[in-house]
Structure formats: C-alpha cells, structure tokens
Design a protein around this ligand. Structure first.
Ligand SMILES: [Mg+2]
Length: 211
C-alpha cells in the first residue's frame, strides 16, 4: 500500500511546505473582487434575517428580544484598509484606520440591522475594539445609518481576556438583564463561542483570525 501511495504521489516524499503566501493573497483579493465574498455573506445574512422575522412573530408577552452583532468584518468592512496594507497592517496602522471612522457598511448585514429595528428587536454591538475608539466607532455607525443601537460594548483598555471570553461575558450580562438574545452574528468563531444566543451565524473572513 505504501508503495502504491508513493507511486500515485509521483514518488515525492510528503511535503510540509505551507501554502505560498503571495498566491494566497491573490486568492483572497480575487474572492473579494469577483463578488464571492459578498455573496457568501449574503447567504448567511439572509438566513439570519429570516430567523429574526420568524422569531419576532412568536415573541412572548413583554419579551425583550435582542440581536448581537460584531462590528469589524460583520457590519463594518475594513477591506479598503486591508487591501491597501497588502492584507497585513501593524496594530498602529489598524488603530489609525479605525480612528477615522470611515469603514463602509457590509450591505447584507446592514439589512439585518434594519430588519431588527423594524421588528423592535434591540441591537447590541459587541466588539473587540478598545474603549479609546468609542467616539470614532459611534461616528462610523451613525454615518452608515446604524446609530440606533441599544448597546455598544467595547473591550476595556486593561483587559487581557480573549475576544471569546470577553464577548461571552458581555452576552451573559446582557442576558441577565432580561434580554432574549435571539441571534449572534460574527465573522470569527470567537464572536460566537460560549453560548448566550439562541442561534449563531458565522460570516466568512479570510483576512485575519481573532482567538
Ligand atoms: Mg469581526
């Protein structure tokens, strides 16, 4: 069997070489440029939207429904910055970009925001952005017509928690205040881990990983 495998593999020893980073960046740029990225987002957002409509229709008496949305690569696109930085960028460069408050909306997710507001579902933003970016973030949200949120939870400056622990902790607190979090939408697994949401919706993000 081993011999056969070696023949089929062209007699090459198994390679441990990672994928070539330049080619991978080309793939990512093409994924965005040809519209597959936005279409993949739209598939997930459409499901989330339908779930909000369905869940709101069977809202209990006095039940406070809420949806949790992440910001970066969920409602706000940093692609203009990411592309300009060759799919990289230092922490300082990221903060300078975020500080401008000029990130464009991710349209299919903005539609989910609008559906939530129309249905009287509270929008709770939970982001790993630090408190120092609050004013710029609020300006950005108003600029894209998403200023009608109930909560904008940002990471405290001194926090050493992972994004996953921070976000789950905020959802626990917001649930304990009497809200039914019916959906949680994010681009990282760390946005969605740890419970405190009836359903989770994972968007694509080939750009970076947040534990
Ligand atoms: Mg994100």
């Amino acid at each position: 069997v081993l011999t056969l495998c070696l023949i089929l593999a062209g007699c090459a020893a198994p390679s441990h070489e990672p994928r070539n980073i330049s080619l991978l960046k080309d793939e990512i740029r093409a994924y965005v440029a040809d519209g597959r990225y936005e279409r993949d987002i739209a598939v997930v957002a459409t499901r989330a939207d339908a779930w909000l409509v369905q869940r709101a229709a069977r809202r209990g008496d006095g039940e406070r429904l809420a949806v949790v949305l992440d910001l970066d690569e969920t409602l706000l696109s940093n692609w203009p910055f990411i592309a300009a930085e060759d799919i990289g960028g230092s922490d300082a460069a990221w903060d300078a970009w975020l500080g401008k408050g000029e990130a464009p909306a991710i349209e299919p997710v903005r539609a989910v925001y609008r559906t939530a507001r129309r249905l009287g579902i509270d929008v709770l933003f939970i982001t790993s952005r630090g408190e120092s970016l609050r004013a710029a973030t609020e300006k950005n949200l108003r600029a894209i017509g998403c200023g009608g949120f109930a909560v904008l939870a940002m990471k405290p400056a001194v926090s050493k928690e992972t994004a996953a622990a921070f976000k789950a902790g905020v959802r626990r607190r917001l649930s304990a205040e009497g809200r039914a979090i019916v959906a949680n939408i994010g681009d990282q697994d760390s946005d969605l881990a740890g419970g405190f949401a009836e359903r989770t919706f994972k968007l694509p993000d080939p750009f970076y990983f947040t534990p």
